[in-house]
Design a protein around this ligand. Structure first.
Ligand code: SF4
Ligand code: SF4
Length: 263
């Protein structure tokens, strides 16, 4: 921040499970330093204290799923110098975006005794579909070390050290054995955004894409390889790309190619 005043940070929740906000609270070792460097002006999960905006940085968790959400995010944007989205819900619509491939009124009728009380949008959409976003931090949930780095970057006026490469790069850096090459285990690592330090492959499991698509992913290539070399059927491929980041463009497009395909 240019004037070196203590930046005011606000943390806002939209449709989400709160896991990304908990990642911030989970920074036991760093939280005191963060609390000294910034003023937590609005963070209902932590404190009832509310400091009025405008805010220097707003962190947004969750997707837009109601008409009220759509109005609220516009107001928050107007009241924030920088707006950073955190997690799969805010950056890609979240698991709740599975409704985007179906008829939400059918879900509402099946789940609620009085569907007429429910005021919801037909789709769950990422924050960037509604307002300008200054930085998107991916993950389900986000990596707390990346969150601290992003906050520190914006507070100190530098670029965040968040790589846009794939989970495979983290595997290679860690010297981990590739589960797909060594064991034929399907792994979405080649098309998934880095950030988890290759958590699943380090436990001998394939990646299921919780960090969403990397920059310029070749989803069609890996889907073709899974299908022809690992004999993963199209229905399974469609399900694979319809996870926490189902509505992220690359995964959305790829799942659409397999949903009605026959094996
Ligand atoms: S295990 Fe997965 S993430 Fe790791 S190198 Fe192999 S394909 Fe890539
Ligand atoms: S699913 Fe993939 S991106 Fe998510 S923690 Fe596992 S390896 Fe990382």
């Amino acid at each position: 921040m240019g004037d070196r005043a203590i930046p005011k940070i606000a943390v806002w929740k939209f449709a989400s499970c709160d896991g990304c906000q908990l990642s911030l609270l989970d920074c036991e070792d760093e939280l005191l330093a963060v609390a000294e460097a910034v003023e937590i002006a609005y963070f209902p999960e932590v404190t009832r204290t509310v400091v009025e905006g405008p805010y220097d940085v707003s962190l947004i968790e969750g997707s837009v799923t109601t008409p009220h959400d759509a109005v609220r995010i516009t107001e928050i944007r107007k009241n924030s110098k920088l707006l950073i989205t955190i997690g799969a819900c805010a950056t890609a619509g979240g698991i709740q975006a599975l409704r985007n491939f179906a008829d939400v009124s059918e879900f509402v009728s099946a789940v609620y005794a009085h569907p007429d009380y429910i005021d919801t949008l037909a789709m769950s959409t990422p924050i960037a579909n509604h307002v300008t976003v200054d930085f998107e931090l991916r993950g389900c949930p986000i990596n707390k070390h990346q969150l601290v780095d992003v906050l520190s970057a914006f507070v100190n006026g530098r670029k965040p050290n968040v790589s846009s490469s794939s989970v495979c790069m983290e595997c290679k850096r860690n010297g981990a054995v590739c589960v797909m090459v060594a064991h034929g285990t399907p792994c979405l690592g080649p098309v998934t955004h880095a950030g988890c330090n290759a958590l699943c492959p380090s436990y001998n499991r394939g990646c299921f894409g919780c960090y969403g698509p990397k920059e310029t992913p070749n989803a069609s290539s890996i889907a073709r390889w899974w299908n022809t070399e690992l004999h993963v059927p199209h229905a399974e491929l469609a399900r694979t790309f319809r996870g926490f980041n189902a509505y992220a463009k690359a995964f959305r497009n790829e799942s659409g190619l397999h949903v009605d395909a026959t094996d």
